[in-house]
Write a protein of this length. Structure first.
Length: 269
């Protein structure tokens, strides 16, 4: 199969966890996605993920993990990190480089703090170490749309906040279509993960992270603000900071050099 891409499922904590794997390299790279996982897991996405991140496929075997399918009320990002460590252990992954995006970066912070032996290099992309007014406003807006069942408004808010103004202007016409095609049967997983973001707390322990760390942020991030990335980089010993001043939260899709920036960091001594 193309890029050796495979879909898989694990038994974790009385539930199941979807994951995908691709690549043939000896090194391991773990990817942790953002809050969008609350609407759709990585199940069935092995091929498109492998194509999008094919630059890593020769040097790395890449895994992307969702949160487990059945989420208990009050499930925290720290508990998600514990489940992530259990999933890696079950797959025989003793140590991996970790790329966390948005909420995935929150989980990656706890993984690096609580399970330092499992994390090689760490890339924290458009994420936060604690709630801030911008993040709270974003999630409040999304939760309000979801609670009234207005998925088109939900998607419009997502696209408007996540992507650059130019991207939003060009692609806004797609929002009603996306609203019809992507509406979930239930928002329960989203609500639980959204609450976990609002209660995420790793700031006081960031100084404990010993992994070589690259923090990537967007200067125009309308989901959680660019200062959230600057704050993390200032607290983690020796962390590097790469700011895309003209891009926002979706820089991992909009920045043409994002994958290469990550790969260069992973390959550097």
């Amino acid at each position: 199969m193309l890029y050796n891409a495979k879909n898989g499922t694990l038994k974790i904590g009385g539930s199941e966890m979807d994951y995908i794997r691709f690549g043939t390299g000896e090194r391991i790279l773990v990817m942790l996605p953002g809050l969008g996982d609350g609407l759709r897991s990585v199940k069935g996405t092995a091929l498109p993920m492998a194509f999008t991140y094919r630059v890593f496929a020769k040097e790395f075997t890449v895994y992307a993990f969702s949160r487990k399918n059945a989420l208990p009320e009050g499930y925290t990002t720290k508990e998600m990190a514990a489940d992530q460590a259990a999933a890696m252990e079950q797959l025989g992954i003793q140590k991996a480089d970790v790329l966390g995006v948005s909420m995935g970066g929150m989980i990656a912070q706890h993984l690096a703090i609580s399970y330092p032996e499992m994390v090689g290099k760490l890339i924290l992309t458009v994420t936060s170490a604690r709630p801030n007014p911008i993040l709270e406003a974003s999630i409040d807006e999304w939760v309000s749309c979801a609670k009234r069942g207005d998925h088109t408004a939900f998607m419009d808010s997502n696209v408007r906040r996540i992507y650059s103004e130019e991207y939003y202007r060009k692609n806004r016409w797609l929002v009603p279509i996306m609203g019809k095609l992507t509406k979930p049967k239930s928002y329960e997983r989203f609500f639980i993960q959204a609450e976990a973001c609002l209660k995420h707390s790793a700031f006081e322990n960031l100084h404990q992270i010993r992994a070589q760390t690259l923090v990537i942020g967007g200067g125009k991030d309308k989901v959680l603000g660019g200062d959230a990335s600057r704050e993390i980089a200032a607290e983690i010993p020796g962390a590097q900071l790469r700011m895309y001043d003209r891009l926002g939260h979706g820089l991992y899709e909009e920045a043409g050099d994002f994958n290469q920036t990550v790969l260069d960091f992973l390959d550097a001594f």
